[in-house]
Design a protein around this ligand. Structure first.
Ligand SMILES: Cc1cc2nc3c(=O)[nH]c(=O)nc-3n(C[C@H](O)[C@H](O)[C@H](O)COP(=O)(O)O)c2cc1C
Length: 362
Protein backbone atom coordinates (compact mmCIF):
# COMPACT_ATOMS: atom_id res chain seq x y z
CA UNK A 1 0.00 0.00 0.00
CA UNK A 2 1.17 3.55 -0.75
CA UNK A 3 2.37 5.29 2.43
CA UNK A 4 0.32 8.26 3.64
CA UNK A 5 3.54 10.29 4.02
CA UNK A 6 5.35 9.73 0.73
CA UNK A 7 9.13 9.49 1.29
CA UNK A 8 9.75 10.03 -2.44
CA UNK A 9 8.34 13.57 -2.18
CA UNK A 10 9.79 16.54 -0.33
CA UNK A 11 8.49 17.50 3.09
CA UNK A 12 6.90 20.62 1.59
CA UNK A 13 5.14 18.56 -1.09
CA UNK A 14 3.77 16.18 1.56
CA UNK A 15 2.63 19.13 3.66
CA UNK A 16 0.92 20.86 0.73
CA UNK A 17 -0.64 17.84 -1.01
CA UNK A 18 -0.78 14.97 1.46
CA UNK A 19 -1.89 12.72 2.89
CA UNK A 20 -1.50 10.05 0.22
CA UNK A 21 -2.23 6.37 -0.29
CA UNK A 22 -4.50 4.64 2.18
CA UNK A 23 -5.39 7.92 3.88
CA UNK A 24 -6.95 9.19 0.66
CA UNK A 25 -9.30 6.30 0.18
CA UNK A 26 -12.71 5.82 1.82
CA UNK A 27 -12.07 4.40 5.27
CA UNK A 28 -13.26 0.89 6.11
CA UNK A 29 -13.32 1.90 9.80
CA UNK A 30 -16.67 1.98 11.52
CA UNK A 31 -16.66 3.11 15.13
CA UNK A 32 -18.70 0.55 17.01
CA UNK A 33 -19.48 0.32 20.69
CA UNK A 34 -18.37 2.63 23.42
CA UNK A 35 -14.91 3.86 24.44
CA UNK A 36 -12.84 1.06 25.97
CA UNK A 37 -10.11 3.06 27.67
CA UNK A 38 -9.34 6.23 29.53
CA UNK A 39 -6.30 8.42 28.91
CA UNK A 40 -5.47 11.47 31.01
CA UNK A 41 -9.12 12.05 31.80
CA UNK A 42 -10.43 11.40 28.30
CA UNK A 43 -12.45 8.37 27.21
CA UNK A 44 -10.93 6.83 24.08
CA UNK A 45 -12.43 4.23 21.75
CA UNK A 46 -9.17 2.33 21.45
CA UNK A 47 -5.88 3.55 22.98
CA UNK A 48 -4.02 3.53 19.68
CA UNK A 49 -2.78 6.25 17.38
CA UNK A 50 0.06 7.96 15.56
CA UNK A 51 2.86 9.78 17.44
CA UNK A 52 4.46 13.13 16.63
CA UNK A 53 5.91 13.17 13.12
CA UNK A 54 4.00 11.74 10.21
CA UNK A 55 0.81 13.79 10.80
CA UNK A 56 2.04 17.07 9.34
CA UNK A 57 -1.17 19.06 9.50
CA UNK A 58 -4.93 18.93 10.06
CA UNK A 59 -5.58 17.05 6.79
CA UNK A 60 -3.31 14.22 7.95
CA UNK A 61 -4.86 14.23 11.46
CA UNK A 62 -8.41 14.17 10.07
CA UNK A 63 -7.51 11.19 7.85
CA UNK A 64 -5.94 9.37 10.82
CA UNK A 65 -9.05 9.85 12.99
CA UNK A 66 -11.20 8.61 10.09
CA UNK A 67 -9.02 5.51 9.63
CA UNK A 68 -9.22 4.03 13.13
CA UNK A 69 -6.46 5.93 14.94
CA UNK A 70 -8.05 7.41 18.05
CA UNK A 71 -5.21 9.24 19.84
CA UNK A 72 -3.08 11.23 17.41
CA UNK A 73 -0.26 13.71 17.82
CA UNK A 74 0.05 16.76 15.56
CA UNK A 75 3.68 17.05 14.42
CA UNK A 76 5.99 18.96 16.79
CA UNK A 77 5.68 22.73 16.35
CA UNK A 78 7.92 25.65 17.28
CA UNK A 79 7.42 29.33 18.12
CA UNK A 80 8.86 30.35 14.77
CA UNK A 81 9.02 29.01 11.24
CA UNK A 82 11.80 26.51 10.50
CA UNK A 83 12.57 24.88 7.14
CA UNK A 84 12.90 21.11 6.82
CA UNK A 85 16.33 19.67 6.03
CA UNK A 86 16.94 19.22 2.30
CA UNK A 87 15.42 16.22 0.50
CA UNK A 88 15.69 13.27 0.95
CA UNK A 89 14.44 13.09 4.52
CA UNK A 90 13.32 9.50 4.75
CA UNK A 91 15.17 6.43 3.50
CA UNK A 92 14.56 2.70 3.89
CA UNK A 93 17.01 1.15 6.36
CA UNK A 94 18.20 -2.37 5.70
CA UNK A 95 19.16 -4.22 8.86
CA UNK A 96 19.15 -7.93 9.54
CA UNK A 97 18.19 -7.57 13.18
CA UNK A 98 17.41 -5.01 15.85
CA UNK A 99 19.30 -1.74 16.08
CA UNK A 100 20.76 -2.40 19.51
CA UNK A 101 22.86 0.26 21.23
CA UNK A 102 25.96 -1.66 20.18
CA UNK A 103 24.79 -2.03 16.57
CA UNK A 104 23.98 1.69 16.42
CA UNK A 105 27.70 2.48 16.75
CA UNK A 106 28.24 0.99 13.28
CA UNK A 107 26.89 2.52 10.06
CA UNK A 108 23.50 1.35 8.76
CA UNK A 109 22.77 1.07 5.06
CA UNK A 110 19.82 2.99 3.62
CA UNK A 111 18.35 3.63 0.17
CA UNK A 112 15.15 4.33 -1.73
CA UNK A 113 13.98 0.73 -1.90
CA UNK A 114 10.81 0.89 0.15
CA UNK A 115 9.33 -2.36 -1.19
CA UNK A 116 9.67 -4.46 1.97
CA UNK A 117 10.47 -1.67 4.35
CA UNK A 118 10.14 -2.27 8.10
CA UNK A 119 12.58 0.39 9.35
CA UNK A 120 13.49 3.84 8.09
CA UNK A 121 15.69 6.76 8.90
CA UNK A 122 14.16 10.19 9.13
CA UNK A 123 16.01 13.45 9.13
CA UNK A 124 13.66 16.40 8.98
CA UNK A 125 15.14 18.86 11.49
CA UNK A 126 11.79 19.39 13.21
CA UNK A 127 10.44 21.87 10.67
CA UNK A 128 7.62 24.16 11.70
CA UNK A 129 5.36 26.70 10.12
CA UNK A 130 4.92 30.06 11.78
CA UNK A 131 2.41 30.00 14.69
CA UNK A 132 0.08 32.26 12.67
CA UNK A 133 -0.26 29.35 10.26
CA UNK A 134 -0.06 26.28 12.51
CA UNK A 135 -2.35 27.58 15.27
CA UNK A 136 -5.55 27.69 13.17
CA UNK A 137 -4.54 24.43 11.48
CA UNK A 138 -3.97 22.66 14.81
CA UNK A 139 -7.33 24.02 16.01
CA UNK A 140 -8.94 22.31 12.97
CA UNK A 141 -7.14 19.08 13.86
CA UNK A 142 -8.54 19.28 17.40
CA UNK A 143 -12.05 19.62 15.95
CA UNK A 144 -11.48 16.66 13.61
CA UNK A 145 -11.43 14.28 16.61
CA UNK A 146 -14.74 12.47 16.91
CA UNK A 147 -16.33 10.85 19.94
CA UNK A 148 -13.76 8.81 21.87
CA UNK A 149 -10.86 10.45 19.99
CA UNK A 150 -8.16 12.86 21.13
CA UNK A 151 -5.66 15.22 19.50
CA UNK A 152 -2.38 15.75 21.31
CA UNK A 153 -0.31 18.86 20.51
CA UNK A 154 3.48 18.35 20.42
CA UNK A 155 5.93 21.23 20.77
CA UNK A 156 9.55 21.95 21.54
CA UNK A 157 11.67 24.94 22.44
CA UNK A 158 14.17 26.57 20.08
CA UNK A 159 17.53 27.82 21.25
CA UNK A 160 18.59 31.28 20.14
CA UNK A 161 22.36 31.20 19.91
CA UNK A 162 22.40 34.84 18.81
CA UNK A 163 20.52 35.98 21.89
CA UNK A 164 22.27 38.41 24.16
CA UNK A 165 21.85 37.96 27.90
CA UNK A 166 20.54 34.93 29.72
CA UNK A 167 20.21 32.25 27.06
CA UNK A 168 18.90 29.63 29.45
CA UNK A 169 16.00 31.85 30.52
CA UNK A 170 15.28 32.62 26.87
CA UNK A 171 15.21 28.90 26.05
CA UNK A 172 12.81 28.16 28.91
CA UNK A 173 10.64 31.13 27.90
CA UNK A 174 10.49 29.80 24.34
CA UNK A 175 9.13 26.47 25.64
CA UNK A 176 6.51 28.34 27.66
CA UNK A 177 5.48 30.37 24.63
CA UNK A 178 5.22 27.24 22.47
CA UNK A 179 3.12 25.46 25.12
CA UNK A 180 0.83 28.47 25.49
CA UNK A 181 0.34 28.72 21.73
CA UNK A 182 -0.52 25.01 21.54
CA UNK A 183 -2.93 25.30 24.50
CA UNK A 184 -4.71 28.17 22.71
CA UNK A 185 -5.64 25.79 19.87
CA UNK A 186 -7.83 23.74 22.20
CA UNK A 187 -5.53 20.68 22.27
CA UNK A 188 -6.47 18.82 25.42
CA UNK A 189 -3.12 17.09 26.02
CA UNK A 190 0.34 18.58 25.37
CA UNK A 191 3.50 16.64 24.55
CA UNK A 192 6.85 18.28 25.23
CA UNK A 193 9.45 16.88 22.86
CA UNK A 194 12.73 16.43 24.74
CA UNK A 195 14.16 13.85 22.40
CA UNK A 196 14.91 15.39 19.01
CA UNK A 197 18.32 16.99 18.57
CA UNK A 198 17.98 20.41 20.12
CA UNK A 199 19.76 22.93 17.95
CA UNK A 200 23.29 21.72 17.97
CA UNK A 201 23.30 20.46 21.56
CA UNK A 202 25.50 17.38 21.67
CA UNK A 203 23.04 15.67 23.94
CA UNK A 204 19.30 15.54 23.99
CA UNK A 205 17.39 17.66 26.46
CA UNK A 206 15.85 14.59 28.13
CA UNK A 207 19.32 13.62 29.41
CA UNK A 208 19.67 16.92 31.31
CA UNK A 209 17.37 16.40 34.30
CA UNK A 210 17.91 19.78 36.03
CA UNK A 211 17.06 21.60 32.78
CA UNK A 212 14.03 19.37 32.12
CA UNK A 213 12.71 20.22 35.59
CA UNK A 214 13.06 23.95 34.91
CA UNK A 215 11.37 23.68 31.52
CA UNK A 216 8.58 21.33 32.66
CA UNK A 217 7.87 23.44 35.73
CA UNK A 218 7.63 26.66 33.71
CA UNK A 219 5.45 25.00 31.06
CA UNK A 220 3.11 23.46 33.62
CA UNK A 221 2.75 26.78 35.46
CA UNK A 222 1.72 28.35 32.16
CA UNK A 223 -0.82 25.74 31.03
CA UNK A 224 -2.45 24.99 34.38
CA UNK A 225 -4.60 21.86 34.42
CA UNK A 226 -3.79 20.75 30.87
CA UNK A 227 -1.96 17.40 31.04
CA UNK A 228 1.66 17.47 29.84
CA UNK A 229 3.53 14.39 28.61
CA UNK A 230 7.34 14.26 28.16
CA UNK A 231 8.62 12.56 25.00
CA UNK A 232 11.80 10.63 25.76
CA UNK A 233 14.69 9.06 23.90
CA UNK A 234 16.13 5.66 24.81
CA UNK A 235 17.97 5.72 28.16
CA UNK A 236 20.83 3.21 28.19
CA UNK A 237 21.15 3.17 31.98
CA UNK A 238 18.42 2.86 34.59
CA UNK A 239 19.59 5.42 37.19
CA UNK A 240 19.30 8.51 34.92
CA UNK A 241 15.79 7.42 33.85
CA UNK A 242 14.76 6.86 37.47
CA UNK A 243 16.22 10.25 38.35
CA UNK A 244 14.34 12.02 35.56
CA UNK A 245 11.04 10.38 36.53
CA UNK A 246 11.56 11.09 40.25
CA UNK A 247 12.28 14.75 39.46
CA UNK A 248 9.33 15.29 37.11
CA UNK A 249 6.54 12.85 38.06
CA UNK A 250 4.86 15.45 40.30
CA UNK A 251 5.09 18.09 37.59
CA UNK A 252 3.90 16.25 34.47
CA UNK A 253 1.21 13.66 33.86
CA UNK A 254 3.00 11.17 31.64
CA UNK A 255 5.88 10.00 29.49
CA UNK A 256 6.03 8.90 25.85
CA UNK A 257 8.80 6.54 24.78
CA UNK A 258 10.60 6.02 22.61
CA UNK A 259 11.94 8.41 19.98
CA UNK A 260 14.31 7.30 17.21
CA UNK A 261 17.77 5.79 17.85
CA UNK A 262 20.59 7.60 16.07
CA UNK A 263 23.09 5.90 13.78
CA UNK A 264 25.44 6.85 10.94
CA UNK A 265 23.51 6.32 7.73
CA UNK A 266 25.32 5.37 4.51
CA UNK A 267 24.36 4.41 0.96
CA UNK A 268 25.13 0.84 -0.16
CA UNK A 269 28.42 2.19 -1.59
CA UNK A 270 29.41 3.61 1.81
CA UNK A 271 28.84 7.30 0.98
CA UNK A 272 26.88 9.59 3.35
CA UNK A 273 23.23 8.93 2.57
CA UNK A 274 21.62 12.19 3.70
CA UNK A 275 23.05 15.30 2.04
CA UNK A 276 24.56 18.13 4.05
CA UNK A 277 26.70 18.94 7.01
CA UNK A 278 25.75 17.20 10.24
CA UNK A 279 23.47 14.78 8.45
CA UNK A 280 25.81 11.82 8.51
CA UNK A 281 23.70 10.66 11.47
CA UNK A 282 19.97 10.01 11.21
CA UNK A 283 17.26 8.79 13.56
CA UNK A 284 16.23 5.18 12.92
CA UNK A 285 12.68 4.04 13.66
CA UNK A 286 10.37 1.13 12.89
CA UNK A 287 10.86 -2.57 13.54
CA UNK A 288 14.57 -2.20 14.32
CA UNK A 289 13.80 -0.21 17.48
CA UNK A 290 10.76 -2.19 18.67
CA UNK A 291 12.90 -3.68 21.45
CA UNK A 292 13.73 -0.17 22.73
CA UNK A 293 10.12 1.01 22.83
CA UNK A 294 8.96 -2.09 24.65
CA UNK A 295 11.86 -1.98 27.07
CA UNK A 296 11.36 1.71 27.90
CA UNK A 297 7.63 1.13 28.53
CA UNK A 298 8.47 -1.77 30.85
CA UNK A 299 11.04 0.29 32.74
CA UNK A 300 8.68 3.28 33.10
CA UNK A 301 5.89 0.95 34.26
CA UNK A 302 8.22 -0.62 36.84
CA UNK A 303 9.07 2.85 38.20
CA UNK A 304 5.37 3.66 38.32
CA UNK A 305 4.46 0.45 40.12
CA UNK A 306 7.38 0.59 42.54
CA UNK A 307 6.48 4.09 43.67
CA UNK A 308 2.71 3.55 43.42
CA UNK A 309 2.57 6.55 41.10
CA UNK A 310 -0.14 7.25 38.61
CA UNK A 311 1.49 8.79 35.56
CA UNK A 312 0.46 7.69 32.07
CA UNK A 313 2.70 5.98 29.54
CA UNK A 314 2.53 6.27 25.74
CA UNK A 315 4.28 3.27 24.16
CA UNK A 316 5.98 4.02 20.82
CA UNK A 317 8.55 2.15 18.74
CA UNK A 318 8.27 -0.43 16.01
CA UNK A 319 4.56 -1.21 16.45
CA UNK A 320 3.37 -2.90 13.26
CA UNK A 321 0.81 -5.52 14.30
CA UNK A 322 -1.90 -6.49 16.77
CA UNK A 323 0.73 -8.54 18.61
CA UNK A 324 3.02 -5.51 18.99
CA UNK A 325 0.06 -3.48 20.27
CA UNK A 326 -0.84 -6.18 22.80
CA UNK A 327 2.78 -6.48 23.96
CA UNK A 328 2.99 -2.72 24.59
CA UNK A 329 -0.29 -2.76 26.51
CA UNK A 330 0.87 -5.76 28.51
CA UNK A 331 4.13 -3.96 29.35
CA UNK A 332 2.15 -1.08 30.83
CA UNK A 333 1.37 1.38 28.01
CA UNK A 334 -1.88 3.28 28.50
CA UNK A 335 -1.80 4.31 24.86
CA UNK A 336 0.18 2.71 22.01
CA UNK A 337 1.32 4.60 18.91
CA UNK A 338 2.90 3.71 15.57
CA UNK A 339 4.71 6.09 13.21
CA UNK A 340 6.68 4.00 10.70
CA UNK A 341 4.29 1.03 10.85
CA UNK A 342 1.25 3.23 10.22
CA UNK A 343 2.96 5.28 7.49
CA UNK A 344 3.60 2.21 5.34
CA UNK A 345 0.45 0.32 6.38
CA UNK A 346 -2.22 2.99 6.80
CA UNK A 347 -4.93 0.44 7.64
CA UNK A 348 -3.05 -0.73 10.74
CA UNK A 349 -5.46 1.36 12.83
CA UNK A 350 -8.44 -0.56 11.49
CA UNK A 351 -6.79 -3.88 12.38
CA UNK A 352 -5.96 -2.70 15.89
CA UNK A 353 -9.59 -1.65 16.32
CA UNK A 354 -10.49 -5.27 15.68
CA UNK A 355 -7.86 -6.65 18.07
CA UNK A 356 -8.74 -8.24 21.37
CA UNK A 357 -8.05 -5.84 24.20
CA UNK A 358 -5.65 -7.90 26.28
CA UNK A 359 -4.25 -5.26 28.44
CA UNK A 360 -3.71 -3.05 31.26
CA UNK A 361 -6.69 -1.89 33.23
CA UNK A 362 -6.17 0.77 35.85
C1 LIG B 1 8.62 11.03 9.49
C2 LIG B 1 8.79 11.09 10.98
C3 LIG B 1 8.85 12.32 11.62
C4 LIG B 1 9.00 12.41 13.00
N1 LIG B 1 8.97 13.63 13.62
C5 LIG B 1 8.92 13.71 14.98
C6 LIG B 1 8.68 14.94 15.64
O1 LIG B 1 8.52 16.00 15.01
N2 LIG B 1 8.62 14.94 17.00
C7 LIG B 1 8.78 13.81 17.75
O2 LIG B 1 8.69 13.86 18.99
N3 LIG B 1 9.01 12.60 17.14
C8 LIG B 1 9.07 12.53 15.79
N4 LIG B 1 9.23 11.31 15.17
C9 LIG B 1 9.48 10.11 16.00
C10 LIG B 1 8.20 9.32 16.26
O3 LIG B 1 7.26 10.05 17.01
C11 LIG B 1 8.50 8.01 17.01
O4 LIG B 1 8.96 8.32 18.30
C12 LIG B 1 9.52 7.13 16.32
O5 LIG B 1 9.37 7.17 14.92
C13 LIG B 1 9.43 5.66 16.79
O6 LIG B 1 8.19 5.10 16.42
P1 LIG B 1 8.05 4.10 15.16
O7 LIG B 1 9.06 3.03 15.35
O8 LIG B 1 6.62 3.62 15.22
O9 LIG B 1 8.33 4.91 13.94
C14 LIG B 1 9.11 11.21 13.78
C15 LIG B 1 9.07 9.97 13.12
C16 LIG B 1 8.91 9.89 11.74
C17 LIG B 1 8.84 8.56 11.08
Amino acid sequence: MVPFYDPMRTYEDNDAHGPFGGFREPSPYVCAGSPCAEFLGHAVNRPFGIPAGPLLNAAFCEAAFRTGYDVNVYKTVRTRARQAHPFPNTLAVHLDGPLTVERSRLPVVADNDFRHVTSITNSLGVPSRDPDEWQPDMASAVLAAGRGQLLVGSFQGTRDDEAVGDRESAYIADHVRAATLVAETGARVLELNLSCPNEGAADLLCFDTPMVVKVADAVKNAVGDLPVVLKLAYFVEDPPLAQLVAATRDIVQGYAAVNTISATVVRPDGRQALPGEGRDVGGVCGAAIAWAGLEMVGRLAALRDRGRHDFSIIGVGGVRSQEDYAAMRHAGADVVMSATGAMFDPLLGVRIQGAAEGARSR
